[in-house]
Design a binder for this molecule. Structure first.
Ligand code: ADP
Ligand code: MG
Length: 244
């Protein structure tokens, strides 16, 4: 990772247990401005738990989370989620069904009416949904709804975007286009992206850096090419074996 770019997200030694079982075990990772780090690993390895701790909706037992150099979680520190400059995108992107597209995108933006309308219009143009503002979510396709969710996540201009498999609910035909577009928009804005996925293909395609996770631990970190070509062990090699 180029060391000229400022680190937006820096996580050190996070651990979290449930019922005596350590599901996140000493996880450290970082993401620089305008970069995509993929947290990659099989189902159940602790990816979502890690993301939830970074977002502030769960607490670690140990470790530290820094955003733009500020400690937001650590010994004696817990900045609430709404005061962390992070955006969240999940697979279940849950738009408010009774609100229009424009109201969904503008929800929670603290701007006056005219400014909000301008910002929402600009965001909808960005995701190619100009003119969709007055519609309701049920009138939109899955891909269009996902783009509304993207516009909503971009609206407050977060410094860090946390994405938990947000593309896996989309059919293949739509997925590549929406995924490329989304990450381009985020990188262009200088946002640091932590993208969780269980698909090696997706990580190979989208990541500047891969953090490979297994059983709660990061077992390997590096550029996609390096992680793919020099897997740390047999299990890592097997995990990557069906990338095409
Ligand atoms: P991933 O996102 O990689 O699939 P998760 O972080 O969701 O993995 O889960 C890691 C492990 O922690 C799983 O075994 C899961 O069942 C367990 N787990 C997650 N959240 C809780 C919870 N709130 N209570 C108990 N166990 C949990
Ligand atoms: Mg998960």
């Amino acid at each position: 990772m180029p060391d000229t770019l400022p680190l937006r997200l820096d996580v050190t030694n996070l651990s979290r247990s449930f019922g005596g079982r350590k599901v996140v075990d000493g996880v450290s990772l970082s993401v620089a401005a305008g970069q995509v780090t993929c947290l990659l690993g099989p189902s159940g390895c602790g990816k979502s738990t890690t993301l939830r701790i970074i977002a502030g909706v769960d607490r670690a037992d140990a470790g530290e989370v820094r955003l733009d150099g500020q400690t937001v979680a650590g010994p004696g520190v817990h900045v609430p989620p709404e005061l962390r400059s992070v955006g969240l995108m999940f697979q279940d992107f849950a738009l408010f069904p009774h609100l229009t597209v424009a109201e969904n995108v503008g929800f929670g933006l603290r701007l006056d009416r005219a400014e909000k309308a301008r910002r929402v219009g600009e965001l909808l143009e960005k995701v190619d949904l100009g003119g969709f503002g007055p519609k309701h979510p049920h009138e939109l396709s899955g891909g269009e709804q996902q783009r509304v969710a993207l516009a909503r996540a971009l609206a407050p201009n977060p410094r860090v975007m946390l994405m938990d498999e947000p593309f896996s609910g989309l059919d293949n035909r739509l997925r590549d286009g929406i995924r490329d577009r989304t990450l381009d928009l985020l990188k262009e804005a200088g946002t640091a992206v932590l993208l969780v996925t269980h698909e090696p293909d997706e990580a190979m395609r989208m990541a500047d850096e891969i953090a490979l996770m297994r059983g709660g631990r990061i077992v390997q970190k590096g550029a996609p090419y390096n992680v793919y070509n020099a897997p740390v062990d047999k299990a890592a090699a097997a995990f990557f074996s069906d990338v095409n």
